[in-house]
Design a protein around this ligand. Structure first.
Ligand code: NAI
Length: 332
């Protein structure tokens, strides 16, 4: 079985090779993302394997279909970068890894919240410079604060458990209520009530055409002054320009982003020697109360092992004409 992997990094190769000790699969690894610019080069493979920022649009899918490629395997959970209707039309199956380690993302969200609030990243640098002053490092207790969680699927639920351990009050918004969470004390409220009552808001819903830019000028106005926002889901849930304005006025007291609307142009690359052309990102990075990580919330040993094994088993099942055991793995 031949698989072409796009947007690969050294760690992808390590974890996928580990799952191929018996050399059942023949891999082609490409650093470049998949998109219209490169799709013509895809040939003689059974499946293509892509990640969060590959552009699997109609044009790409049409060429894949012409080449007889029947499977696009996402080695991630989100599939907002795939034109699902076009895939269906061209008879291409799209699969994903619906749950590889919700805890990996939830724990990273908490790591970001603690860093942003208690400023451990600044303290670390200060102490190395023999500056033992505490001025400017003041934080607040998470205990007793209200955290609003948007989307209580696998990751949102794992994050609820984490913040519950910190003694926070949890309000949540989802299209479906989770009984187990309600028994744990989570209150489901309207999105507007969540905005109004939360000291901290964390996004864990998928990106859809309906909720694109759900954090915008209007929704920000409904939030508490000094609200702390966390986004480990997808960048386009946030209107970055609106958020920059709210940071300038102090409406937003802290912002932690593991995802960014225009991340495909910068994330997963070492650009330390180049001039970044994205002025919005540069402006965001200039705020002392903004913490950005480059889509690393999933990045644990456990998650990468699970991603490789589930992706390969999805491909095998589909190539052999079966459906993956986990129905949620099937996108189309
Ligand atoms: P999931 O499918 O288990 O849960 C998503 C939840 O969001 C569901 O309960 C769904 O009902 C709810 N939802 C859907 N639309 C909504 C809306 N408009 N408003 C409120 N809730 C809504 O997905 P999971 O595994 O929890 O992942 C969530 C998202 O996290 C993914 O879609 C992906 O974008 C992101 N993600 C980010 C990673 C990272 O490394 N930063 C890694 C993995 C996922």
């Amino acid at each position: 079985m031949k698989i072409a992997f796009f947007s690969t990094q050294p760690y992808d190769r390590v974890f996928f090779n580990r799952e191929n000790q018996d050399e059942r699969f023949e891999y082609q690894f490409y650093d470049t993302p998949l998109g219209p610019h490169i799709v013509q080069a895809v040939n003689d493979v059974d499946a293509v394997c892509v990640f969060v920022n590959d552009r699997v649009n109609r044009e790409v899918l049409e060429v894949l279909a012409e080449r007889g490629i029947k499977i696009v395997a996402l080695r991630c959970a989100g599939f907002n970068n795939v034109d699902v209707d076009a895939a269906r039309e061209f008879g291409i199956s799209v699969c994903r890894v619906p749950a590889y380690s919700p805890e990996a993302v939830a724990e990273h969200a908490m790591a970001m919240l603690l860093t942003l609030n208690r400023k451990t990243h600044k303290a670390y640098n200060r102490v190395r410079e023999q500056n033992f002053s505490l001025n400017g490092l003041l934080g607040f207790n998470l205990h007793g604060k209200t955290i609003g969680i948007v989307g209580t699927g696998k990751i949102g639920k794992a994050f609820c458990r984490v913040v519950n351990g910190f003694g926070c009050r949890i309000v949540a918004f989802d299209l479906y209520e989770d009984k187990e969470l309600m028994e744990m004390g989570v209150s489901y409220v309207s999105i507007d009530t969540l905005y109004k009552s939360s000291d901290i808001i964390s996004l864990h819903c998928p990106l859809t055409p309906e909720n694109r830019h759900m954090i915008n000028h209007t929704s920000l106005q409904h939030m508490k002054d000094g609200v702390v926002l966390l986004n480990t889901s997808r960048g386009a849930l946030i209107d970055t320009t609106a958020v920059i304005e709210a940071l300038k006025t102090g409406k937003i007291g802290g912002l932690a982003l593991d995802v960014y609307e225009q991340e495909e142009h910068v994330f997963f690359r070492d650009l330390s020697d180049t001039i970044i052309q994205d002025d919005t990102l540069q402006r965001l990075m200039s705020f002392p109360n903004v913490l950005i990580t480059a889509h690393q919330a999933f990045f644990t040993q456990e998650a990468l092992t699970q991603i490789a094994s589930t992706t390969l088993s999805n491909i095998v099942e589909l190539l052999q004409g079966r459906k993956p055991a986990n129905e949620q793995a099937i996108v189309v």
